[in-house]
Design a protein around this ligand. Structure first.
Ligand SMILES: Nc1ncnc2c1ncn2[C@@H]1O[C@H](COP(=O)(O)OP(=O)(O)O)[C@@H](O)[C@H]1O
Ligand SMILES: [Mg+2]
Length: 376
């Protein structure tokens, strides 16, 4: 079993707090992606699990066993580095077999494992070459093969695709998904690339400044982000976020801002006061045409993506991006009236950035309900 558990793990380098109180459970056989901007502590977290760094506080468990102080070699994990870290003077075969030789396995066993792993990754015809004679994609496979050769319970991968060109990256993503399915091992994969995370992960842990912001399936993070940070990190372009106020009008809640007036379709107690919020709408949830215009502005720019267009509409002082199929019935300088389904509007606390949900405070006999905003 190779489930990985982090309990309140922190790491400090001098006075710099790089990983902060991280709790994370990675199930056996899961493909977990650690996602986050550059410098948020992803590599450090991976190196802590590999044993290449020691936590300042907290515990790390592998298969239920405390490995916080276990040497890297004694851990049933294998690491694949961004730089591949191949030995340039050794052949592909010797590079792949290195972890087994280091553990004193027999020549026969080593030869057999090298052949098996090399053929699984399509490297069988390159075994006598040296890394310099391989393409970037082939080097990346050798690094993977070297990790696979010991048949570890868990693979730790640090941005393994970042040195590949776009076409090869996309092909290799598919191969990694397939490899994960065939091996059934636990994958913990670090990247700053949301596309890699969305396409490969069974679950994503999104890191922000050393802390976990949200853990969930790609769909959960995309559809119900717990904070404006998550909302703004996922999606290209990301979720539109703007300051607005929730007010009560004729017993119903409305979202209003300069150029914005949307009935939220929710009943309100008259005691509910105006509340400042950050509103969020995904660009693909806005329509340039429709019966009920809710956001009014002017088209100020547009980006042609070939199949689609990203239309920039300035509403109040804010640029709202709309993803629309081409051809788009709007030109720069045109007035734009945008439609949105109230269910596609997300609300966040304007101070903390935390997601707000509609919470029923009281159930009355007559089934009228008091609604109130509360932090998720
Ligand atoms: N050995 C180290 N000594 C001091 N600071 C470090 C060390 N390793 C990483 N850091 C710092 O910790 C922060 C997080 O680094 P890292 O884990 O590499 O981030 P990421 O992989 O998310 O880009 C960075 O500010 C980095 O400079
Ligand atoms: Mg890194």
């Amino acid at each position: 079993m190779a489930q990985i558990r982090l309990e309140c793990v922190s790491k400090q380098f001098g006075t710099a707090q790089v990983v902060r109180d991280v709790d994370l459970d990675i199930a056996d056989g899961e493909f977990m992606v650690l996602l986050g901007p550059s410098g948020c502590g992803k590599s450090t977290l991976l190196r802590l699990i590999a044993g290449l760094e020691t936590p300042s506080a907290g515990r790390i468990l592998l298969g239920g066993e405390d490995i916080t102080r276990t040497s890297p070699r004694q851990r049933d994990v294998a690491m694949v580095f961004q730089s591949y870290a191949l030995y340039p003077h050794l052949t592909v075969a010797k590079n792949i077999g290195f972890p087994l030789r280091a553990r004193g396995r027999s020549k026969d066993e080593i030869g057999e494992r090298i052949r098996a792993v090399a053929s699984a990754l399509g490297l069988q015809n390159h075994l006598d070459r040296r890394p310099a004679q391989l393409s970037g994609g082939q080097r990346q496979r050798v690094a993977l093969a070297r990790a696979m050769v010991r048949d570890p319970g868990a693979f730790l991968m640090d941005e393994p695709l970042s040195n590949l060109d776009a076409a090869l990256r996309s092909a290799t993503r598919t191969e990694l998904i397939d490899l994960h399915r065939r091996l059934g091992s636990t994958f913990l994969y670090v990247t700053h690339d949301q596309v890699e995370a969305m396409t490969m992960a069974t679950r994503i842990a999104l890191l922000n400044n050393g802390r976990i912001e949200q853990v969930g399936t790609p769909t959960e993070l995309y559809d119900t982000p717990r904070s404006t940070f998550v909302a703004a990190f996922l999606g290209a372009p990301p979720m539109n976020l703007f300051d607005a106020t929730v007010i009560v009008r004729a017993g119903e809640l409305h979202l209003v801002a300069d150029g914005v007036d949307v009935p939220l379709g929710l009943p309100a107690d008259s005691a509910t006061g105006p509340q400042k919020v950050t509103a969020g709408i995904r660009p693909e949830r806005l329509r340039l045409r429709g019966a009920d215009a809710r956001l009014r502005g002017v088209v100020t720019a547009s980006e042609n993506l070939g199949s689609e267009e990203i239309v920039h509409v300035t509403v109040g002082g804010t640029v709202i991006r709309v993803r629309a199929l081409r051809p788009v019935p709007a030109q720069i300088g045109d007035a734009a009236a945008l439609c949105v389904d109230p269910a596609d509007i997300q609300l966040f606390d304007s101070t903390t950035g935390r997601r707000l949900v509609w919470h029923r405070l009281h159930e009355h006999e007559a089934s009228s309900r008091d609604a109130s905003l509360s932090v998720a």
